[in-house]
Design a protein around this ligand. Sequence first.
Ligand SMILES: *Cc1c(COP(=O)(O)O)cnc(C)c1O
Length: 446
Amino acid sequence: MSSGPHIEQVRKLLTQIPGPKSQELIERRAEAVSASLGMAIPVVVQKAGGGVIVDVDGNSIIDMGAGIAVVNVGNSADRVVKNVQEQVEAFTHTCFMIAPYMGYIQVCEALNRLTPGSHKKKSVLFNSGAEAVENAVKISRKFTKRQAVVVFEHGYHGRTNLTMAMTAKNMPYKDGFGPFAPEVYRMPMSYPYRCDSCSGPCQESVLDTVLHKIEKEIGAGNVACIVIEPILGESGFIVPCKGFLPGLAKFCKENGILFVADEVQTGFARTGAMFACEDEGVVPDLITTAKGIAGGLPLAGVTGRADVMDSIHASGLGGTFGGSPIACAAALGAIATIEEDSLVERARVLGLIMRQSLEAMKKKYPIIGDVRGRGSMQALELVIPGSKEPNPAALSSVITYCQQNGVLILSAGTYGNVIRLLPPLVMPEHLLKEALEILEQGLAQA
Ligand SMILES: *Cc1c(COP(=O)(O)O)cnc(C)c1O
C-alpha cells in the first residue's frame, strides 16, 4: 500500500505543540498572511505521508483530518507523485479549451464510470468544490429553463457568492459578505439527533414538510434543482434518515427537477462506497466532486446525464485552469490507488474500528450526545450531560488536548460542537487506535 514519502508511521513529540520553529513561522504568518484565514493546529508542516504529518520541529502528528477529506489516498501517494512528475516534465498548461490533452479526457471517463448509475454520462472539470457546485446550478438552470435552487438547513456548498447563498451557516461563512444570490430556497433537513419528530417515522414527516413547502412556497415547476450533501460534511456528518434522499430523488423525477448530489466531501471512497449516494441506491442527475479526487491537487468535477451535460451551448462552461493537466495526472494516480489498493474496503475497515471505539466512549462519557457517520467519516456530537444542549467548550478542550498530545482532530457542526474523524484511508490501524486512545483521554479530561 502506498504511504507516500517513506515517513515512519509513529506519533512522536520532540517539543511542545507548537515547537519553537513552528512558533517563529507562525509569527511570520501573522505578519504576512491575512488574519481572515483560520488555523486548526499551530504547527508548520515539513512533510506528510500515510497517517502522519511531520512539523518543522520534528514532531510527528497523527492526521485525523486528511486536509478535510482530501488526501484519502494519503499525502504524496506513490502513483500521484509519479504521474505528476511525468506530467510536469511533459507540459504544465495549454488550457483544455485551447488545446485538449489526454489526462482531462481520462478523468472524465473515470468519473463517468465510477459515479452512480449505468446511464450515459458526461463530465466537465473545474478547480474547486464551490466552482463545481456553481456550475451544477448553471447547468440545471439552463437545462430546465427554471431558476429556483433548493438547498437544506445545515448544508455547506462553498464560499463563492452563489455557494454562500446555498450554505446555511452565517458565522464564519457569510457574515457581512452579502448581498447573496437570489432564488435559493432553504428547506428543513432530516437531522435524526435533533429532529423532534425523529422518535417516529422521521423520513416521512420531514420529507413531507419539505415537499409541501416546495409545492406551496416555490412551486415545483419553478425548481431547477435540489442540491444536497448525501451526508452533511461541515455541519458535522449529519446522516439523513433512511428514505429522505430517495424521497427527494423521486420527487425530482416526477417534477422535472434535477437531483444534484454534492459529494465534494463524501466522495472517493470516504464513506466505504465510492460515493455516498450508493448507500440507498440513489442515482443523481448531477454529482459534484472535488476534495478527494486528486490526492491533494486542486481539481473538481460535475458529472451527470449526458443529455443534461450536452444541453449547454458551446463554450458556455469552462475556465482557464479547470482540469489542469497536472491535477488530472494526480487524479488518475489517486483513482488508481483507490481501486488497486481497495481503499473503499479500507474505509469500511477503519470506519468499523472508529465506530466501535466511539460507541464504547459514548457509554462512558455523558458529554457525547450522538455518534454518527458512515465508513471513515465518523463524528461525535458533544452536549451538556443530561441534555441535547451543544457543548462547544468541551469540544475545544478535547481538540486542544489531542493537539498537545500529537493528534490532529477537526471540529465541525452548526453549533460548533462536533468532533469529526476523517483519517487518510491509508492510515495504519495501530496509529488509528492510538489516535482514538488519545481522543478518549481528551474526552475523559473534558
Ligand atoms: C468543501 C466543500 C465544498 C467547497 O469546496 P471548495 O473546494 O472548498 O470550494 C462544497 N461542498 C461540500 C459538500 C464541501 O464539503
